[in-house]
Design a protein around this ligand. Structure first.
Ligand code: FE
Length: 198
């Protein structure tokens, strides 16, 4: 069994926000997915040892900010790598609150806001899988990032390779430098040399 075959699954990137007793907490996940359309239901998988997971189970609801191609790398790192047990990582992060009081990120390239109730959970060992019923959905401007696009952007110091002809932003899993010489812009067909880092 080749587990690297699983690397071919594409993911988005999301901030999960929970308010508990006046305190705001958040973490970054790549595990939000739409499960059904009628009625809309989502799934969310979270690590058991994560502090935000503990708070979400107590609260019974979460706020989800969908991150975009323009979301700053530093913000993702800050919310993703520190534990809210020890630090107030939401300090200075611009937020609004949903009807349940849970924090949604404002600005910072966020492309959608979801508020949801946790309707059931499944114990997966290291993680819980939550089924979510949305209570509010708001679409904002911008293109959502993929997890691989974020990793590629991280490897270029937060900059992105942009086509100077059609403004397509490279979002692939392979670092731009490692693409073959005959690679062309998937939108306008220009060669690699038409791309600039900006
Ligand atoms: Fe192009």
């Amino acid at each position: 069994m080749d587990v690297t075959a699983l690397f071919k699954i594409q993911y988005g990137l999301f901030v999960i926000g929970v308010e508990q007793e006046g305190r705001l907490n958040a973490c970054v996940v790549n595990t939000v997915a739409q499960a059904t359309a009628e009625p809309p239901q989502l799934t969310l998988t979270m690590q058991k040892r994560n502090f935000t997971t503990e708070l979400a189970r107590k609260k019974g609801s979460v706020a989800i900010s969908v991150l975009g191609e323009k979301t700053p790398i530093e913000l993702i790192e800050r919310l993703g790598t520190q534990s809210g047990r020890d630090t107030d990582k939401m300090e200075d992060v611009p937020c609004t609150r949903d009807a349940a009081g849970n924090p949604l990120l404002v600005g910072n390239g966020v492309v959608a806001h979801y508020s949801a109730e946790i309707t059931s959970e499944l114990d997966l060992g290291s993680h819980y899988l939550f089924v979510l019923k949305p209570t509010a959905l708001e679409k904002l401007d911008g293109t959502p990032t993929t997890y691989s696009g974020y990793r590629a952007r991280k490897s270029t110091g937060g900059k992105q390779w942009v086509c100077t002809i059609c403004h397509y932003v490279y979002d692939g899993a392979t670092p731009f430098e490692e693409l073959p010489d005959n690679w062309v812009c998937p939108v306008c067909g220009e060669p690699k040399s038409a791309f600039v880092l900006e």
